[in-house]
Design a protein. Structure first.
Length: 459
């Protein structure tokens, strides 16, 4: 019988090969293919006595899953109510987006709550900055508290020593890619190091019911840096998103073992720190009394959260080949709306430069923005403003038909709360509950939508 050869496996995606290669053939990652011994037969692990006997699921205590608020309501919204004992949370995002600022604020609020309830202090470990740098940031954002312990360490063994000495009620590590396990070969941030450090911290969290929050870096394409197993080891993965030139920051859970993944937290990053935004509408809407051609408001859904977005369009005569410039909206959907308006309403754009943008750096890529884009373009081309107090929601097909979108009731309720009194929506079979003071105009196509809000008859 021929001897089985050793195989090579990618530590990120699990792809296997019979020979070593520098680049994974599946996920295209470099330096992740490692040699693994071929299995010689069934495992011969001897059975051991369990630590505790198995019990009926109905008798398992739920006290270990009670969530404690972080003191930051917008983060609690994303986590599903707060932090569970023993949970490991990974907060990932681009450099400078505000991860460390947010977690330092969480650490200070948790320390204040821990001292009030007679609990151990909070331990904040920084592996990227010096203790004095973190102290300066904490002073700037008002996060100084005597019950918050700070240490600048990059050695995993020393961090575990701090945990054993202080027995904290919350551990924050910034960041996991800078911590190094002295028993593992390789530089900090490497595949083996990140896997070992994370596994050790997860085991420590589970063994002592210690909540742990980790800061993680991302790659150029926005995915979490390090081996893919990193996301499988932790309990919660939160993605921190935001444009460098915008004050708005969004935190969404892409994995949550203790709650839903369809909630989004909104934050505003300012000089004095990062603050939760229970109502972020002011960042995305122009002055309410501003009524000019080429503007239309819609409501998008970020997870389960309705977000108002103002779409602005401008159409001017082209001095050369016509340009199509977009910001915050999908350029392909704008091109589709231009074709629909020209085909169904007879509005010509072929000799004009067209610019479409959102206000406040908002991102509006879902199909429900189609009607708002179409009405903003029609308003700009005709140089006529829409009727005041109008909001438009719906997807537009190539035939000009308006198609229903998910969460229409939540969108209408949010529009009514913001003071809009007229909503242009697709015809739907759902039984909508129209809020007081709101008028809903259900239309079948984009022609009817334009006629209902533009003070002129369109073809």
């Amino acid at each position: 019988m021929a001897k089985k050869q050793d195989a090579f496996r990618c530590s990120e995606c699990g792809w296997t090969s019979m020979k070593w290669v520098g680049r994974c053939g599946e996920c295209q990652a470099w330096g992740t293919v490692e040699e693994v011994a071929a299995a010689s037969g069934p495992s011969k692990v001897a059975p051991l006595a369990p630590r505790s006997p198995a019990q009926p699921i109905t008798e398992v205590s739920q006290q270990a899953s009670v969530k404690a608020p972080t003191g930051v309501p917008e983060l609690d919204r994303v986590l599903g109510g707060g932090i569970v004992p023993g949970v490991v949370i990974l907060m990932a995002g681009e450099p400078g987006v505000g991860k460390s600022t947010l977690l330092l604020d969480v650490a200070a609020k948790a320390a204040q709550e821990a001292k009030k309830n007679g609990k151990p202090p909070v331990l904040y470990v920084t592996g990227e900055e010096s203790a004095s740098q973190v102290r300066s940031r904490a002073e700037r954002i008002g996060a100084l508290h005597e019950h918050l312990l700070l240490t600048a360490e990059a050695d995993l063994a020393k961090i575990l020593g701090h945990v054993g000495d202080s027995k904290p009620s919350l551990l924050i590590v910034d960041s996991v890619q800078t911590i190094m396990d002295p028993q593992v070969d390789g530089a900090a941030g490497g595949v083996a190091q990140v896997r070992s450090v994370t596994s050790t911290l997860v085991n420590t969290a589970k063994a002592s019911d210690l909540p742990v929050m980790l800061v993680g870096h991302v790659t150029k394409d926005g995915s979490i840096a390090g081996p893919r197993v990193l996301e499988h080891l932790v309990d919660v993965v939160c993605q921190f998103e935001g444009d460098r030139h915008s004050r708005l920051r969004l935190v969404r859970a892409v994995k949550n073992r203790y709650g839903a993944t369809d909630e989004v937290g909104c934050f505003e990053l300012v000089d004095s720190g990062i603050h939760g935004l229970a109502d972020p509408s002011g960042l995305f809407l122009s002055a309410r009394n501003l009524t000019v051609p080429g503007t239309c408001v819609t409501v998008t859904l970020e997870g389960r959260r309705p977000m108002p977005v103002e779409v602005q369009a401008l159409s001017v005569a082209a001095a050369g080949p016509p340009r199509r410039t977009t910001s915050g909206v999908d350029s392909s959907r704008v091109a589709m709306m231009l074709a629909v308006l020209q085909s169904r309403l007879g509005i010509e754009f072929e000799r004009n430069d067209v610019f479409v943008s959102t206000v406040g750096g908002a991102k509006a890529s879902e199909p429900s923005v189609d009607v708002a884009i179409a009405l903003a373009l029609a308003s700009a081309a005709l140089d006529l403003p829409l009727a005041p107090g109008v909001i438009a929601i719906g997807e537009v097909s190539l035939t000009g038909e308006l198609r229903p979108v998910v969460g229409l009731q939540r969108r209408i309720n949010e529009a009514a709360r913001l003071g809009f009194h007229t909503a242009v929506v697709p015809v739907t079979g759902d039984d909508l509950k129209v809020p007081d003071g709101m008028s809903v105009r259900a239309v079948a196509d984009v022609q009817s939508a334009a006629r209902s809000v533009l003070p002129v008859n369109v073809n």
